[in-house]
Design a protein around this ligand. Structure first.
Ligand SMILES: [Zn+2]
Length: 432
């Protein structure tokens, strides 16, 4: 099923033509009417007339998160305040937060993107959608909420927290779909078990829209086997509007709807545009944004483009699961390590539970990485020997996969902190 078959299945050549027209108009407008973009293009010695094809977009200068901070709060907005109908704010770990403004048009294409995405995973007006993303300054909650209402689903705006009550409502109201972070979904599963609620038996839950933090294919398997549901990856950052693009039922990459976003993958070091299939940093140009445009914005997420046609019939390019952020990359004794690689390795080990923490510190001049891992209830042993054996085994697997020595600390089930919003699984004491 398609929400907007004409747009979603438009022939690729037509899509590219449409993207080029949109970008040309956007760049012309920004050059004429926006000081920031005008100055940025001038400095790069680029004039809108230089953009003669879609591939010429690579001539345009990049935009960085720092630009958003430097121009806080509204210096990069391109519409007067009376046209802005909403703000969202994402807090940074350093410096000023990022403020995003929305016109009515911005809220409209955001909801539309979600309506298409939800339809593409088989949702419709007969669904009851529990939105367990945070509502408020964070974009996850309201985004999924508006998308759900647009397809006519019944939306339960439960937000995060009060997990036992959420599970009660899930049972009582016959919730069929949930939108939340992967760590919160796992937490819901654990709390349900403690309450004696079997998600398969006692609820009608069939689907989860899961995102807003990196997760892995193995985590998906855990969730699906544990809860008897299908979990779909959702993507979108607050700068882009919010989470809005998902996998379709093929579950092989996220469809980046072509009338809304133009995607490039670049080499993070050189800035050069890479070919489909090559892994690099994603750069986005938003084609419909009104209040707060983004042109070649360095989003810092690491992925690659899948160029082959999708069996679902949608013609938009897909991106592979995000494998990390170039910002999140830890450099340990000169070796690049993504937290997602640690998670992937852990999930291959059957005795390991879903919770872990990565601690990086410096001893003298040497980096030391410790991973605290929760062991599954059934794998826990009173015999010290067994536990040491398991610890050594995980250390061996880590070394094999990451190419560095990692210290493993085994933890009892339930010992590590749980997260109701975004999980914070990395503590880098070297930068504290
Ligand atoms: Zn598809």
């Amino acid at each position: 099923m398609y929400w907007d078959p004409k747009m979603e299945c438009m022939p690729k050549e037509e899509l590219k033509k449409m993207q080029y027209e949109s970008i040309k108009k956007l760049v012309n407008n920004l050059y004429e009417f926006n000081q920031f973009y005008h100055d940025r293009m001038k400095a790069a010695n680029i004039h809108p007339s230089d953009i003669k094809s879609l591939s010429d977009v690579s001539k345009l200068p990049f935009m960085y998160k720092q630009d958003l901070r430097d121009n806080y709060p509204t210096k990069m907005f391109t519409v007067p305040n009376e046209k802005v109908v909403r703000y969202h704010v994402s807090s940074g770990t350093t410096g000023k937060p990022t403020l995003v403004g929305y016109t009515r048009g911005d809220l409209d294409y955001w909801s539309e993107a979600l309506a298409r995405s939800m339809t593409s995973i088989g949702m419709n007006s007969s669904d009851t959608l529990q939105v367990s993303y945070g509502y408020g300054l964070f974009t996850g909650g309201l985004g999924a909420h508006y998308g759900g209402e647009r397809i006519g689903a019944t939306v339960l705006p439960s937000g995060t927290g009060g997990t036992e009550r959420q599970i009660e409502l899930m049972v009582d109201l016959g919730v069929t779909a949930i939108a939340c972070t992967p760590s919160y979904l796992i937490h819901i599963g654990e709390v349900a078990k403690k309450m004696g609620v079997d998600i398969r038996r006692d609820t009608k839950l069939k689907r989860a829209l899961v995102g807003a933090e990196p997760w892995t294919e193995s985590m998906r398997q855990h969730i699906e086997e544990d809860m008897g549901i299908k979990a779909y990856d959702i993507y979108g950052t607050s700068e882009m509007a919010g989470p809005m693009f998902t996998e379709c039922e093929e579950r092989n990459g996220i469809h980046m709807q072509s009338d809304i976003v133009y995607v490039e993958i670049i080499d993070p070091e050189t800035g050069e545009v890479l070919e489909p299939g090559q892994k690099g940093e994603m750069v986005v140009t938003m084609l419909k944004k009104e209040a707060f445009p983004l042109v070649r914005y360095r989003i810092k997420d690491i992925t690659s483009i899948i160029d082959e046609d999708c069996p679902c019939g949608r013609t938009s390019p897909r991106i592979k699961r995000i494998t990390g952020r170039s910002d999140d990359m830890l450099i340990i004794r000169g070796i690049n390590v993504f937290p997602s690689q640690v998670e992937y390795t852990l999930m291959q080990i059957p005795q390991v539970g879903n919770q872990y923490m990565i601690i990086v510190e410096r001893e003298g001049s040497l980096d030391k990485m410790t991973v605290q891992v929760e062991i599954k209830e059934e794998s826990f042993s009173d015999k010290l020997d067994d536990m040491i054996k398991l610890q050594k085994y995980i250390e061996y697997e880590m070394k094999k996969y990451l190419n560095i020595a990692v210290n493993i600390e085994l933890k009892n089930p339930g010992e590590l902190p749980r997260f109701e919003g975004k999980a914070k699984r990395v503590i880098d004491k070297r930068v504290m």
